[in-house]
Every structure is written in C-alpha cells, then in structure tokens.
Design a protein around this ligand. Structure first.
Ligand SMILES: [Zn+2]
Length: 460
C-alpha cells in the first residue's frame, strides 16, 4: 500500500490584510492549510508600519515550516479596498493606511516570488467557490459582514471585477434614502445600517438615550469597540437593546440579499465575516425568512442563502486560488485540481479502528486534510450531555477546511444522532453527511472521491 504523502510539492502563501489583523497562511496545492500566523494591524504610523508587520507575519509562518520565500510558488494578498490587480497597486483602503502602495511590486522585489493581489470581499467569495459552501455552485455571490460590508461575485471559477475593478461594493448600495451617513460620504448605505460599525453606533446611541444593556458590563465600561463575540453573548442572554438593533440589521441584510438576487440571480448567496460568524444563529433565520418570502415568481426557486464553510480561512484560501491562477495553475481548471492525500481505513469493529496501519481504541476524527486526531469526547459530552449526540460545536471542529462530505461512523447504525442545530450547521454549508455502521463506513470513506472528513465512534 502506498503511504499517504502529506507533504505537498508546491507551497503557496495566502495573506489577508484586514483593518484589525493581518493573517498569513501556508497552503498546499490542494488547499490544505499547513500553518497560520496572525498579528494585529498597526493602528498608528503609515503604510511602512503595515508593510513591516506584513513581512513579520510572512516570516513567522515560513520559519516553523523550515521554508524560505524562494520555496513558494506564489503569494496571494487580499486587501480591504480597491486594487489594480495587474500592477499590484492599492488604489484606496478606507479603513487602514495602504492607499497608494504598490504592494505587489514591493513583495515581489522583497521575496522574488510572483505576487497576485485582490480585494478581500472578492477573494473570500473566491475561496468559498473553490473549497467552501459554493464549491458546487456555477455562480456565487458572497457577502461579508464585519467592520464594513464587502461582496464578491464568482462565475464558473472567474471573478467578476467590474469595468474599474470596483464591482462587489455591496456595502454602498443605498438601503434607506436619507439614512445615516456612511464612511464613503453617501447616506443610508447598507454598511451604514448593518455592519458591525453601524451596530456599535446604534448601541452607543441607545445607551446614551438612557436604555440599558449588559454590554456596558461586558465591555468593562469601554464601548469604543464592541466585539462581535460580546454582541453574541448579549443576544444569547436576550438583551433587549442588542436584540432590537440586530433584528433591524438582519432584516436590512435580508433585503440586500433579495435585491442582489433579483439583479444577478446567483446559484447561491454565501454569507460570512466576523459578525455573521458570531451571530448567525440569531441572524440567519431572519434573513432566510425574508429571502424565502420573495413574491416575484421564479426568483424564489434559486439563490439560496448559505453560510461560509471556511470561516476565517475563506479570504486566505481565495488569495491562494488567485495566486494559483496568476501562475497558470487555477484550481478551477480540471487538470490542476489536487485532492489531499487521504488515509485508508482497513478495519473497523466494536472497540477499535485501523487507519493507515495504526490501531485506535478511542473515537477519532479524520480532518479534511487527511490527519487523524483523537475526538474530544469530554468536550462533546459537556456540550450535548451524551457522548453519542453530535452538536454544531463539535462539527465546527470536524468540518474545518470545508469538506464536501462528512462521514460519521459507529459500530451500530443507530448509535449516533445529530441534533437539529447540527443538521442545520451542515445544510447551511452544503456539507453532505453520511451516517454509516461499521461495515459500510470502510467502503464509504475509502471509495469517496470527494473532499471528506470523518468522525468515527469506536464504541457505541
Ligand atoms: Zn457607503
């Protein structure tokens, strides 16, 4: 039997320069993430400070892997603003200082490796189209809700960039005539109504008007930045002010989805970004409801709303897809499609399983990149009371990296159950799930040609 080869022969670097953090990931040709590093984006100083931090993060991810920049096939960089992809020039970044920087030329002269640059909303969608929720869709529109709101449109493996490289600026479609002022200068933009920045503004205004919220306590009195995680906690606790503001923001996003669906009719709409990641449990039903209530005949049947399957990695993976396209190895071309090397399961009975000649007598997971890990049984039990009930929290871990199919194995067919939120977790990310008893699991997993992950209960 051929031993699985986990070291890819080509390495890429995907970089996501955000307003709050700079993330760099080392990625194999199959899209497997081999290393990640992140640092806070410098808030003071100019572009020199951002570039210096960028080089630090790149070095941080290459050193532990024992690689030199020359070992990379290409680097892809995502920038939160308008860019000129051909020249690698940053036209404008409204929320950070990279405006006017020739970032592509700078990195190429520094590392002597081909560099491709793109807009972060575009590349997040590109990542989802390659390996995420939109992996099977002919066309996808991605909407990214965080500090601002960005979007991207991908059709048959190609990004729609617009005549002036400014397509996908969904954050600046006007959703309320004469509404609140947006960072761009216009009034009532989507971003001025439903981004985290807009939500923070409305929460602060509510508090100033004398309303109460647990956020005052959660933030220790400093409400200059309200994190998505705090908003999630307040929602969970039923905080009236936060719930009211998030309800309005979710509705606005729902109407924006309706609008763009009528305009471009994409196969799917993928929602992601920090705020969506944190608060999807509350926001998605409202958005789905609105999009589902569309009265226009024909429009209702398509353009389903999904959640990002790649989370934090969507943008870096999109940057790598762009870098691959830049060097003539687009992952959307059949001949350059590479799958991770998966291990073989050779035996599975009550009490033990053999994977790649190694015997395990405890529950295991096989990640989308083919790595075998012990299942965190205690964590799962704490969350769902019973070890054989699978909840969304556990799936978040197992499904990292965007599998198309998840195999769940158990000695007995009726041994495991998925909670309803867990089933929703999978369908919202277009992940197919197969729950199989021992005998069928070996065949099912080994023969599947999809990108796959597995969660295997050895005892039931
Ligand atoms: Zn605007």
């Amino acid at each position: 039997m051929k031993s699985p080869k986990l070291i890819p022969d080509r390495f890429y670097l995907g970089v996501d320069i955000g307003g709050t953090k700079i993330q760099a990931s080392l990625v194999g040709e199959s899209g497997t993430i081999l290393g990640r590093q992140r640092q806070s984006t410098p808030r003071t100083g100019g572009p020199e400070q951002v570039l210096a931090m960028l080089e630090t993060v790149i070095a941080d991810v290459l050193v532990p892997a024992n690689l030199l920049p020359g070992d990379l096939t290409a680097i892809g960089v995502a920038v939160p603003g308008v860019v000129e992809p051909k020249s690698g020039y940053v036209v404008v970044t409204p929320n950070m200082s990279l405006t006017g920087v020739s970032i592509g030329a700078h990195l190429e002269s520094r590392f002597h490796v081909p560099v491709a640059i793109g807009n972060d909303g575009n590349l997040g969608t590109y990542g989802e189209a390659w390996l995420g929720s939109a992996r099977k869709a002919k066309s996808a529109l991605g909407i990214w809700v965080g500090t601002g709101i960005g979007a991207g449109l991908v059709q048959k493996g190609k990004l729609w960039r617009g005549a002036r490289e400014a397509a996908g600026e969904i954050g600046h479609i006007v959703m309320q005539m004469g509404g609140p002022k947006c960072g761009c200068g216009n009034l009532g933009c989507l971003e001025a109504l439903a981004s985290r920045t807009a939500i923070e503004r409305d929460i602060r205004a509510g508090l100033q008007a004398g309303r109460k919220s647990m956020l005052t306590e959660l933030s220790g009195g400093d409400l200059s930045v309200i994190r998505s995680g705090s908003i999630r906690k307040a929602l969970k606790a039923g905080d009236a002010l936060v719930t009211e503001i998030l309800h309005r923001a979710s509705e606005t996003l729902g109407y924006a989805c309706l609008t763009v669906r009528h305009l471009v009719d994409p196969s799917v709409i993928v929602l992601g970004g920090g705020l969506m990641e944190a608060c999807s449990g509350y926001m998605m039903p409202i958005i789905e409801n609105l999009v589902g209530s569309d009265r226009l005949p024909g429009a209702r049947e398509g353009g389903h709303v999904l959640l990002s399957a790649l989370g934090d990695d969507a943008v870096v993976l999109g940057a790598v897809a762009l870098a691959r396209q830049h060097v003539g190895r687009s992952p959307f071309k059949k001949r350059y499609r590479v799958k991770p090397a998966y291990p073989q399961i050779t035996r599975f009975g009550s009490g033990e399983i053999v994977v790649s000649k190694k015997t395990y007598d405890r529950d295991i997971c096989i990640s989308v990149s083919g790595k075998v890990k012990m299942r965190n049984k205690d964590g799962a039990r704490r969350q769902e009371d019973q070890a054989h009930t699978i909840g969304p929290k556990e799936l978040e871990d197992v499904c990292r990296g965007g599998p198309a199919v998840l195999f769940i194995g158990c000695p007995r067919a009726d041994g495991v159950t998925l909670t309803e939120p867990a089933q929703r977790f999978l369908s919202q990310r277009s992940i197919r799930c197969e729950i199989l008893p021992a005998g069928q699991l070996i065949d099912g997993y080994n023969k599947s040609k999809s990108r796959k992950a597995a969660l295997i209960h050895v005892t039931c």
